[in-house]
Design a protein around this ligand. Sequence first.
Ligand code: PMT
Length: 222
Amino acid sequence: NGDLPLKGRRLVITAGGTKEPIDPVRYLTNRSSGKMGYALAEAALAAGAQVTLVAATKRPYSPGIDRILAPSAKEMLAAVTEAMKTADAFIGAAAVSDYALAKPFEQKVKKISPDEHLTLDLVQNPDILKTVGQAKRPGQVVVGFAAETENLLPNAEKKLASKKADMIVANDVTAPEAGFDKDSNLVTLLQPKQAAITVGPASKLTVAKAIIDQLVTLLDKQ
Ligand code: PMT
């Protein structure tokens, strides 16, 4: 079906910056707005896919998208693991916090004295992309992102291998028209033994469509 190349396909897409609780009123997060992940969900829906969008950040979205809110990395992993049972592909556009508090405070943290330091004990979060990559069934396609501030392509190549991904979207988040909370993006699509494809600078929806086009090719090859 040329018009709807993802008809009959189920996609799981993550979006936004996770929020890791500190205490009942505070959390640790990052600069991700969710724009890139939501744009991917819209592009996948337009291509005919059944889309589950696991989002840490709230934004408007089309009614055909099944959005599940998952604020923390652990909640995101649980929702993604469940949705991947019936999915054909995964795209990890979320900025997942690498660390969470070992034990969030049960009550609001209070200041005690002016010279007191507060130390937060952070432990590593699960790596959602890596978990999905390792659990990949034959026929499933896994796409990750690499948000880098230096050595873009070498660092992204490492993630392609270490996360067992079929494609990595390398995102130089220091470029002026690219990255966190921008309406546009500039990325390079990396696949094993394939020439790199650069997309942008262009709107996040245009970049999303180019990523979905490559995903269609990858799914058709399976
Ligand atoms: O949300 P926007 O404001 O639109 O910004 C878009 C974006 C810059 C966030 C997006 O384009 C992007 O680059 N997303 C990936 C952000 C990121 O955390 O990259 P990373 O290089 O730290 O992680 C590599 C990959 O592993 C990513 O697919 C990430 O989702 C995944 N990961 C990372 C850590 C972790 N604990 N679990 C993961 O699944």
